[in-house]
Write a protein that binds this ligand. Structure first.
Ligand code: PMP
Length: 376
């Protein structure tokens, strides 16, 4: 039976072959007589699963040995505290700078204030006008040459895809060009991780919760330049000190074993799809197809400035908001699930991560057209 199209922002749709393989291996992983859930994380089977997942992730993203790849827990929200606790100790005065691009960067900034001097380098939390067009807060991005980064900051934080606002930074900034060559860039890439090749070498570290493009919730992936490890503040819990996690190959404490296994299957699936350059091409086509439809319609509107529209998360509004609940009800009846926008934004949001094929986007567009025809 065909499954409905799931546009959830996360936890979100998984590639079906991954779910099918996990189901087939549920009771007996490759002749081991055990489910992956039942294995010791110190046993040979799981160590093999975990190191293969790390190797595949490194290959997909072309991560060099200058970086550690860590599988952690606590999600991106916990990283908002774990990052400052690990990095602020690198500099004499604990300070870090933030690009405010939406709700997620704002949360990171707020959490850092508990550990040091967290300053705003640039913000889109205000309305602006671009080419004569009004842009609401969190729907545009200040140009990188206007960012003010302190040269002695411990790091600059950037959320490269704002899942709620639908604002994406495709080109990560070059810290040299920003006049702060010694300040490492820290990227929260949670909601577009693995959606395209990434400029890893521009970043000191990248972190991402797994539950959008990489697997189940409960796993956080951290890619961190080795020279940034080993400066944790004394208050940092030992299980969150990158030095301990790295030294024990993500097994300082019991890692989220089943989530790592599923993420490993997703990495294999991505390699079979042709890797990140190939998946990026598909993501570009999917996003363009959907945005093109909205752009020619007077029935729907898009809040985000075209130059920073996310390929993964597409917020949209019905011009007549009194039709919102009829729209969502009709969508559900057509097997188009979880299109309701985030409560802080309202309207609708279609998340079209790697696991969403073009066919799903086309099914959504068919519905958008039909709804416009019957209600326009
Ligand atoms: N950052 C971004 C960009 C996110 O999308 C999310 C979750 N939607 C978070 C951080 C927080 O992640 P978690 O709830 O897993 O802690």
């Amino acid at each position: 039976m065909a499954r409905p199209w799931n546009f959830s922002a996360g936890p979100s749709a998984m590639p079906e072959p991954v779910l099918a393989q996990a189901a087939a291996e549920m009771l007996d992983w490759q002749g081991s007589g055990m489910s992956v859930m039942e294995m010791s994380h110190r046993g040979e089977h799981f160590i093999q699963i975990c190191s293969q997942a790390e190797a595949d992730l490194r290959e997909l993203l072309a991560v060099s040995d200058d970086y550690a790849v860590l599988f952690m827990q606590g999600g991106a929200t916990a990283e908002n505290a774990i990052v400052p606790m690990n990095l602020l100790g690198r500099v004499s005065q604990p300070k870090a700078d933030f690009v405010i691009s939406g709700i997620w960067a704002t949360k990171s900034h707020q959490e850092c204030q508990r550990y040091g001097d967290a300053q705003i380098a640039a913000t889109n939390a205000v309305a602006t006008t671009i080419d004569g067009v009004h842009q609401a807060p969190f729907t545009w991005l200040p140009k990188a040459d206007t960012w003010r980064v302190r040269k002695d900051a411990a790091y600059l934080h950037l959320c490269s895809n704002e899942t709620i606002g639908g604002v994406e930074t495709v080109d990560w900034p070059d810290m040299q060009a920003l006049g702060a060559p010694d300040v490492p860039l820290v990227v929260d890439a949670s909601s577009h991780f693995l959606s395209r090749p990434m400029q890893i070498n521009r970043a000191g570290m990248i972190f991402a919760g797994a539950q959008k493009n990489a697997g189940p919730a409960g796993l956080t992936m951290v890619i961190v330049r080795r020279e940034l490890i080993g400066h944790a503040l004394a208050i940092c819990p030992s299980a969150f000190d990158y030095k301990n996690v790295d030294a024990q190959h993500s097994m300082y404490n019991t890692p989220p074993t089943y989530a790592i296994y599923i993420a490993g299957l997703v990495f294999k699936w991505l390699k079979q799809q042709g890797g990140l350059a190939a998946i990026e091409q598909r993501n570009i086509v999917k996003a363009r197809t959907l945005y093109d439809y909205f752009d020619q319609s007077a029935f729907y509107t898009l809040p985000v400035h075209p130059s920073v529209r996310s390929r993964m998360n597409v917020p949209f509004f019905l011009c007549n908001t009194s039709l919102d609940s009829a729209f969502l009800k009709g969508a559900q009846e057509r097997g188009l699930m979880q299109l309701k926008g985030h409560k802080s934004v309202g309207g609708m949001r279609a998340s079209i991560y790697n696991a969403m094929p073009l066919e799903g986007v086309e099914a959504l567009i068919d519905y958008l057209k039909d709804f416009e025809r019957t209600h326009g």
